[in-house]
Design a protein around this ligand. Structure first.
Ligand SMILES: Cc1cc2nc3c(=O)[nH]c(=O)nc-3n(C[C@H](O)[C@H](O)[C@H](O)COP(=O)(O)OP(=O)(O)OC[C@H]3O[C@@H](n4cnc5c(N)ncnc54)[C@H](O)[C@@H]3O)c2cc1C
Length: 402
């Protein structure tokens, strides 16, 4: 070609085909755990183009106690009773009819639950939730797709993933305790991880009824507890959770401490003498709600946060599947509002922030205060277990624990 002349554009197109437009959605849900799947189920019938992406391929494990709170099942059933029916048939599972709380004094308190709930390994439970999304909604499910980078502005949200790029009008961060959405769209202090837990699976545990969850408190490590939860097929989820401040102050190795408890605790040692551990002991952080995390925002321009990404784990009991489901459903309502109004600025997200605060945050704050009160006073835990022998007081305590 002679100097000074340019290629005609049709010629360039023939050589370099134009880049195809990015896949575009109204809502992108990052993370297909309880929060992301509940949000997808609650967006069913909205007419919105929804993508649900997860870095894992399901079924995938999640380190957890595997106790599925009744409130999570109730919230899903309110969307469609068929969801609860499908989950009730899930196997393996173990009904959670009774709880036994063992105080530092060794005294036991038995609680009996009316609300239907069960324990099931998260490997199976989360895959079943995703199965419901696949079966009942038009959500585009992208597994093996890890979010690397996200930017959000008034013109929309741009996501870069390990499988390519996509655009959406609203991103919902359901990506758990180490949320990329939270870290990248909420500059400022990192999300606190006030608690850490370890979990292992066992079989052949003696004298462990398959409908009873057990909690053990110790005088030395009150800011946490050890649990033994049956999960079906003769297997038990056994774990230990403690406040991070205690772990750092006493340089505790949680895996070692769990082994010691099982070998020496008067109510556990004999029962675990012949027990067999299945697989390794694994640990993970619990972003508890109600403490420092409660002051951090759960939404901003172009994004909402749900579940662990919004630090919504109950500080008294350590469960977060219920609040993940509940916040996912609240986020779906906000996503509908945003898309209907074409408004995605931070101010427009206020109804979501208010709803999370009213329906979830207020209870977490109360439980945070109670956890702080009990965790420094073994005598108070002993006294609570003793006075709960009185039926009226036991009913009050049971109401408090859910
Ligand atoms: C030791 C322990 C015991 C617990 N016991 C209980 C219990 O018995 N009962 C209870 O109710 N709660 C329990 N919890 C809390 C519970 O596990 C969480 O609160 C719950 O899983 C939160 O759900 P979620 O959907 O917000 O997040 P998650 O369940 O963590 O799901 C997040 C999803 O996001 C995906 N993801 C993460 N990063 C990316 C990325 N960059 N790109 C794409 N995808 C991504 C992950 O693969 C995952 O599938 C426990 C927690 C721990 C650590």
């Amino acid at each position: 070609m002679p100097r000074g002349q340019t290629w005609p554009s049709f010629y360039l197109y023939a050589v370099l085909p134009p880049t195809p437009p990015l896949p575009t959605y109204d809502v992108a849900l990052v993370g297909a755990g309880p929060a992301g799947t509940a949000c997808a189920l609650a967006l069913r019938g909205s007419g919105l183009r929804v993508a649900l992406l997860d870095k894992a391929a399901f079924p995938r494990d999640k380190i957890c106690g595997d106790a599925i709170p009744g409130a999570a099942l109730k919230a899903l059933a309110a969307l469609d009773p068929a969801y609860r029916v499908a989950l009730a048939g899930l196997r393996p599972q173990s009904p959670a009819r009774h709880s036994r709380l063992v105080a530092p004094s060794g005294r036991s308190l038995w609680l009996h639950w009316q609300k239907p709930s069960f324990n099931s390994p998260r490997l199976d439970f989360d895959a079943a939730l995703l199965g419901l999304v696949r079966h009942h909604t038009d959500t585009v499910i992208l597994e093996n797709t890890s979010l690397l980078e996200v930017t959000a502005g008034p013109d929309g949200v741009h996501l870069r993933t390990t499988q390519g790029e996509l655009r959406c009008r609203l991103v919902v961060g359901c990506d758990g305790a180490n949320s990329v959405v939270r870290r990248q769209l909420l500059p400022g202090p990192a999300q606190p991880q006030p608690c850490v837990g370890v979990r292992a699976y066992f079989e052949n545990v003696a004298d462990a009824p398959d409908d009873t969850t057990e909690f053990y408190f110790s005088r030395d490590y009150l800011a946490g507890y050890c649990w033994v939860f049956p999960v079906g097929n003769g297997r038990y989820n056994v774990g230990l959770g403690l406040l991070t401040e205690l772990i750092s102050a006493h340089k505790i190795d949680l895996k070692v401490l769990l082994r010691e408890w099982l070998a020496t605790h008067p109510a556990l040692a004999e029962r675990f003498a012949q027990a067999r551990q299945l697989g390794p002991t694994r640990g993970f952080g619990l972003p508890l709600g109600g403490g420092v995390g409660a002051a951090l925002p759960v939404a901003g321009t172009g994004f909402l946060l749900c579940g662990d990404a919004a630090a919504l784990i109950d500080p008294l009991q350590g469960h977060g599947i219920d609040t993940a489901v509940e916040s996912g459903i609240l986020a779906a309502a906000q996503a509908r509002r945003c898309c209907a109004a074409g408004a995605f600025d931070a101010a427009f997200m206020q109804p979501y922030t208010d709803a999370v605060q009213q329906q979830i945050g207020a209870k977490l704050l109360l439980h945070h205060r109670l956890m702080r009160l009990f965790s420094a006073r073994p005598w108070l835990v002993n006294a609570a277990v003793r006075v709960a022998a009185v039926p009226r007081l036991r009913r009050w305590l049971q109401g408090l624990l859910g």
